[in-house]
Design a binder for this molecule. Structure first.
Ligand code: ATP
Length: 236
């Protein structure tokens, strides 16, 4: 059996009286791509933001490499090797591409040049535009910048919140092939998506989240063929 890098048990997230996540459990095996799919408001972002230390859960356990990380601050979770590519990219529009990437490494004090080279190799467009302000990039390029910035922290686990949101189908395909490439280099990926088709085609394992609960799970390809998933999420 493969090593579990992230283990979530009975996770509950509340906002005041709203129960956004109602006790979900899942494991992320080291080296895999795992996806959580589900409609708007199902609790996907809340789950990722809680793992990243941005939201305090109501209950449950989050173990990264066997260590409980609930209650740790966001910076120390990044230092342990967990990074989040947030929904809507959240790049710094007035800083250059190069500066945006360097910000991703702000918690490191070792040499970052090899990682910068790798990011520019993965995204030649970013290299061409390294001195351009982030805000002048297209939506797809900004998504690449957000991914590049996350990689600069040298993550073991990269979490991605809706990387395909608002992007044209061709660009979405590019982003997903880069996700596979990053994964091949040894980075475990936890991806949340409304684009269930792309996510399930790419992921080793998928979970369906509905109003705060996991209702289905299985290998990505199996879920793609599941009639209930097809009807609810694949528009077929
Ligand atoms: P989306 O695709 O819209 O991001 P999601 O599946 O990621 O959806 P969440 O964003 O986790 O879902 O939201 C789950 C529930 O929690 C929703 O009902 C949402 O309105 C609520 N919620 C999320 N963030 C907050 C917040 N900061 N304060 C209050 N309620 C929130």
């Amino acid at each position: 059996m493969s090593e579990i890098i992230l283990s979530i048990k009975d996770l509950k997230v509340n906002y005041g009286g709203i129960e956004a996540v109602k006790g979900i459990s899942f494991d992320v095996p080291k080296g895999d791509i795992v996806t959580l799919i589900g409609a708007n408001g199902a609790g996907k972002s809340s789950t990722l933001r809680t793992i990243a230390g941005l939201v305090r859960p109501k209950g449950g356990a989050i173990e990264f490499q066997g260590e409980n990380i609930i209650g740790k601050d966001a910076a120390s979770i990044v230092k342990k090797g967990v990074t989040l590519v947030p929904e809507g990219r959240r790049i710094f529009p007035d800083l250059t591409v190069n500066e945006n990437l360097r910000i991703g490494a702000y918690l490191r004090n070792d040499d970052i040049s090899a990682d910068l080279d790798w990011v520019y190799e993965l995204f030649p467009r970013l290299k061409e535009r390294s001195w351009q302000a982030g805000g002048t990039l297209s939506g797809g390029e900004q998504q690449m910048l957000a991914v590049g910035r996350a990689l600069m922290s040298r993550p073991k686990l990269m979490m991605m919140d809706e990387p395909s949101l608002g992007l044209a189908p061709l660009i979405v395909r590019d982003i997903f092939s880069i996700i596979k490439e990053i994964n091949k280099r040894g980075v475990t990926i936890l991806l949340i998506e409304q684009n269930a088709n792309m996510a399930l085609s790419t992921a080793h394992m998928g979970y369906v989240l509905e109003t705060g609960r996991i209702t289905l799970s299985g290998p990505g390809k199996e879920l793609l063929a599941n009639e209930a998933v097809k009807a609810a999420y694949l528009g077929t």
